[in-house]
Design a protein around this ligand. Structure first.
Ligand SMILES: [Zn+2]
Ligand SMILES: [Zn+2]
Length: 245
């Protein structure tokens, strides 16, 4: 299998203001070198979004990262280096934590649902608690609406790990993904999309992406779990945008 691109990788800038190496372990350059060694054509650096209580890209690190990526493009011309972000989906109104003044600096954005984000309002808080404690048994509708409206309101390359950390109606999400052209991820770390989810939507006109969600350089391009899920689901490999069989 040839990996064309890995759009979902984190570096130490995902740790927050301080380089704790707790959340992610590698530098941007280490991620790039690992991708080159693995023969990957395009590497995307996609730090966690700004509005998280404990981790994610800070304003200061955003500037540093942006400049470093420009420099590494000259230093490593053998690979395409993209600056992305894995934004947090904040509510059911389509809001994600991308800053308007920064959007043009990013080559693409992903968006996903995570715990610990700066959600607004009691409703979001209650659903987060349900997702955290009960896996979202009472929040399927709400979680689905969060993703659907995020896709409608923002230009997102793909939704990362759909259905992880809270149940969703994948059919509903897939229908809107078809309309908006938003891709859906088969994550190389979290088992979402799952084979069961893909079976329900594999006939639809959707771009599927595999993302390693690497939090250390050696895990760049680690797609094995996703390959297994795809085989099990019977999804046509031609619908998986960033690998070539
Ligand atoms: Zn994520
Ligand atoms: Zn991630």
């Amino acid at each position: 299998m040839k990996i064309i691109a890995d759009y979902h990788t984190h570096t130490i800038f995902s740790c927050g203001k301080k380089d704790t190496r707790r959340h992610a372990k590698g530098t941007i350059e280490e991620n790039i070198i690992s991708a080159i060694e693995k023969g990957i054509e395009t590497i995307g650096i996609s730090e966690h979004g700004f509005d998280h209580y404990t981790y994610g890209l800070s304003n200061k690190n955003f500037e540093i990262e942006y400049n470093m990526i420009q420099e590494f493009r000259e230093k490593y011309p053998q690979i395409n280096i993209l600056m992305g972000m894995e934004c947090n989906i904040l509510d059911d109104k389509g809001n994600i934590d991308m800053k308007k003044e920064y959007i043009d600096k990013f080559d693409y954005i992903l968006a996903g649902y995570h715990f610990g984000t700066k959600i607004k309002g009691l409703k979001g808080l209650l659903h987060t608690m349900d997702n955290y404690i009960f896996g979202g048994v009472f929040s399927r509708k709400y979680n689905t609406k969060c993703i659907v409206n995020a896709m409608k309101k923002n230009k997102i390359l793909y939704i990362s790990h759909p259905g992880d950390k809270g149940r969703v109606d994948i059919m509903e999400i897939a229908k809107v993904a078809e309309q908006t052209g938003t891709g859906l991820e088969i994550n190389g770390y979290h088992d979402r999309l799952s084979a069961e989810m893909i079976k329900k939507i594999k006939h639809m006109d959707i771009n599927f992406y595999i993302g390693s969600d690497a939090h250390s350089p050696r895990k760049i391009g680690n797609f094995d779990l996703a390959y297994k899920i795809i085989e099990e689901s019977g999804l046509d490999w031609n619908k998986v945008v960033n690998v070539k069989k």
